[in-house]
Design a protein around this ligand. Structure first.
Ligand SMILES: C/C(=C\C(=O)O)C(=O)SCCNC(=O)CCNC(=O)[C@H](O)C(C)(C)COP(=O)(O)OP(=O)(O)OC[C@H]1O[C@@H](n2cnc3c(N)ncnc32)[C@H](O)[C@@H]1OP(=O)(O)O
Length: 363
């Protein structure tokens, strides 16, 4: 009989002994199943995270967000910032990163996010205080092993209490107890793929703006409207997803989702490998778009959707459609432009889409 109090009771040199022990012990699990969440519950997320200049630069550099106002103090001041600011994509990824342990570490996918509102510029050195409220829980009709949960999350400056950013996000969350499904949402393998479906009427002409200022977007929209056309274009740059992006960036935001860093756990999943953090994928595509635009400030995002996995070796490209220009919004030297951005991979499959409103410099 093994004496379990003996320091050498488990002989690690004998693989069979260790494997037998592993088979018999319980796993101390992380995260929460769908059943844990009830509408109205409020959760204050424990992990503290201080926005750092290093984290900001690592995020921006790797995702190709190379706007000088976030790298050069003189350009930051010209842009009206008090100092070098935290990039909005980095801020948003950090606010969401620290929620993962409580909300979604159990697995399941980040489906979408809406009402992303940037309320105040954040600066490196700011300590985050993040809370979430369960807004909705529902059964997934297509996947009986999952439920669908929506939370509203708010990221504040812990010192001043001011809200920096807020949003609503929706995830698939595994159920402890799968439910019987009526299968109404299930997609049969023999259904036509979206590529076979009838192609809707697209405008015959697609207009590209001459430049990236507010006036360029306004003029292009006007031209398009007169000709029954649309303003839409793609961006040349692409970024191939490597380990640093897929595993490194989410971990730096304290995002503990196994999807991004545990290749072993993901080997048997539908993606077969680790997948990029949705915030990394979108940030890359947005960087491509911003490189063709005179962005002044990020304002809001709506209806962000993550359509498909992005895995190691995939390349993320960007497509932009211009939806609206509002000359009355923002300071005099800017106007608000609303874009629809799509991130797509090397197979031209959309992986992200979202509607973004940004203030863009006029001339
Ligand atoms: C941080 C983080 C994880 C974390 O947080 O820890 C991450 O970064 S992880 C990486 C980023 N992420 C992804 O890599 C997912 C990519 N994506 C896919 O791989 C496919 O999308 C799918 C396999 C998930 C589904 O594929 P699909 O079955 O073809 O998709 P759909 O049928 O459209 O959606 C199924 C059900 O989700 C409902 N639904 C969809 N979108 C929304 C929305 N926005 N709001 C409310 N409900 C929504 C839909 O209404 C349907 O509901 P029902 O099940 O009831 O029909």
């Amino acid at each position: 009989m093994t004496d379990w109090s003996a320091p050498d009771a488990i002989d690690c040199a004998d693989e069979r002994v260790f494997q037998t022990v592993l088979d018999r012990v319980e796993t101390r699990e992380k995260g929460h199943y769908f059943e844990y969440f009830a509408e109205g519950d409020e959760i204050r997320h424990g992990p503290g995270l201080v926005l750092s200049r290093h984290g900001n630069e690592e995020w921006m550099g790797q995702t190709l967000n190379h706007d000088p106002a976030y790298w050069r103090p003189d350009r930051a001041r010209e842009r009206g910032f008090e100092a070098l600011p935290a990039h909005p994509d980095y801020l948003l990824a950090c606010v969401m990163g620290v929620t993962v342990e409580d909300l979604s570490e159990k697995g399941g996918y980040f489906l979408g996010r809406t009402d992303v509102e940037f309320r105040r510029t954040a600066y490196p050195g700011t300590e985050l205080d993040v809370t979430s409220t369960v807004v909705d829980t529902r059964t997934s009709s297509s996947r009986p092993n999952y439920g669908i949960v929506t939370w509203e999350s708010v990221g504040r400056d812990r010192e001043s209490g001011e809200v920096l950013v807020s949003y609503e996000r929706t995830n698939m969350i595994p159920r402890r107890e799968p439910v019987a499904s009526d299968g109404s949402g299930a997609v049969a393998d023999d259904q036509p793929s979206s590529a076979d479906a009838a192609i809707p009427d697209l405008p015959s002409r697609l207009v590209t703006p001459d430049g990236g200022t507010f006036e360029d977007f306004r003029v292009a929209l006007e031209r398009a409207r007169e000709n029954g056309a649309a303003v839409a274009y793609r961006h040349e740059r692409g970024r191939t997803m490597d380990e640093r992006l897929v595993a490194g960036l989410p971990l730096a935001t304290l995002n503990t989702a196994r999807q991004h860093h545990n290749r072993d756990a993901m080997a048997d999943s539908p993606s077969g490998d680790i997948v990029a953090y949705g915030d990394v994928t979108r940030s890359v595509a947005l960087a491509h778009a911003r490189s063709d635009e005179a962005t002044y400030r990020e304002r809001r995002f709506e209806n962000e959707r993550f359509h498909d996995f992005v895995t190691l070796g995939d390349t993320v490209y960007g497509f932009t459609r211009v939806l609206d220009c509002d000359g009355a919004a923002g300071p005099d030297h800017t106007g608000a432009v609303t874009f629809e951005h799509v991130a797509f991979n090397q197979e031209q499959t959309p992986v992200y889409s979202g509607r973004r409103t940004a203030l863009v410099t006029r001339q």
